[in-house]
Design a protein around this ligand. Structure first.
Ligand code: UT7
Length: 324
């Protein structure tokens, strides 16, 4: 028997308040046309005053658990991917653990910014494959609105708040005629690019929270090449080609990056799940939010071959190939 992690539940949560491009154009020197043309973003959700990353994470987690037909007490592990934790410590995951009524097992955060969900999924998957954990909840949750410089038009138009979650369960991954579950995950980082996308604050450097700073054009250039490489790596590791893919669920940073990746793979755009137009870049939440939307509306079905990928600060980047 080959133990694999099956995704048995998905869920997403977006804060109620929607901020349009027009609202931002009233605050900084930008326009709806520029934002749509350069990024594909039309709007983003922003957390209400006092609404924390854990609140978003808990809401998404409850939906994923309900979808899986499980409760918090059934979980052995929670991994929360976030770069915007409620507090410097403890881990936001422990707050989620308490809210879900999970008293056993263990919960911790993973920090890989926009790639965080792929890193968290890979971490949880390895606990499942090793036999240490049977049921895991993996969440990407962010409130980037709290770390944006709302005077900087180069960054404040790009991000939104949200959370997405998946429930993993250890199952025999060998189906009758194909392997099921998470087939493989592939992680990378290159710390030489630390400064190209970073927050200029932190407990041990400035004792402030700080604001997000990004060299957008440089990040874009690296994103296109790193994502193409990691997608190839995931497919060739499994002896598959892009033609075998039913769906690509990419990190939602910029519509032009999504389209570039699809073009490189010769993948029709209608096989690519896109939410960036409505969610903007929700960092670690973007991939599980997109996945839960496409599963929820029936596009992604059981048995579909799905490739998840992301790239973010660090740089970090990664991919996961999943038979749903
Ligand atoms: O999630 C982690 C990964 N993050 C990403 O993948 C983001 C990657 N980067 C991008 O998506 C794009 O680089 C941006 C959307 C950030 C910027 O688009 P761009 O086409 O690379 O624009 P640019 O930075 O080269 O700037 C072009 C011009 C500049 O003006 P000048 O110097 O040519 O006069 C900017 O000042 O656009 C200007 N600009 C804006 N204009 C109107 C920058 N931001 C804005 C804005 N509104 N919001």
């Amino acid at each position: 028997m080959t133990i694999r992690s099956r995704i048995i539940g998905v869920g997403g949560y977006l804060p109620e308040r929607v901020v349009t491009n027009a609202e931002l154009a009233a605050r900084v020197d930008t326009s709806d046309e520029w934002i749509i043309e350069r990024t594909g973003i039309r709007q983003r959700h922003v957390a209400a005053e006092g609404q924390k990353t854990s609140d978003l994470a808990i809401a998404a987690a409850r939906k994923a658990l309900a979808h899986a037909g499980l409760s918090g007490a059934d979980l052995d592990l929670i991994v929360v991917a976030t770069a915007t934790p409620d507090n410097t410590f403890p881990a936001t995951a422990t707050r989620v653990q308490a809210a879900l009524g999970m008293t056993g097992g263990f919960a911790f955060d993973v920090q890989a910014v926009c790639s965080g969900f792929i890193f968290a999924l890979s971490t949880a998957d390895n606990f499942v494959k090793s036999g240490q954990v049977k049921t895991a909840l993996v969440i990407g949750a962010e409130t980037f609105s709290r770390i944006l410089d709302w005077e900087d038009r180069g960054t404040c138009v790009l991000f939104g708040d949200g959370a997405g979650a998946v429930v993993l369960r250890a199952e025999d991954g060998r189906g009758t005629n194909q392997d099921n579950g998470i087939l493989s995950t592939h992680l990378h980082s290159d710390g030489r690019h630390y400064d190209l996308l970073h927050v200029d604050g932190g407990p041990s450097s400035t004792q402030t929270v700080g604001h997000l700073r990004m060299e957008g054009r440089e990040v874009f250039r690296h994103a296109v090449s790193n994502l193409a490489a990691v997608v190839d790596e995931a497919l060739s590791h499994n002896g598959l080609s892009a033609q075998n893919l039913d769906w690509l669920v990419p990190h939602q940073a910029n519509k032009r990056i999504l389209e570039g990746t699809a073009r490189k793979l010769h993948l029709s755009p209608d096989r690519v799940v896109m939410t960036v137009d409505r969610h903007a870049n929700t960092s670690a939440a973007s991939v599980p939010l997109a996945l839960s939307e496409a599963v929820g509306d029936g596009r992604i079905k059981s048995g579909d071959l799905v490739l998840l990928e992301a790239m973010g600060g660090g740089f970090t980047w990664g991919a996961a190939l999943v038979r749903m």
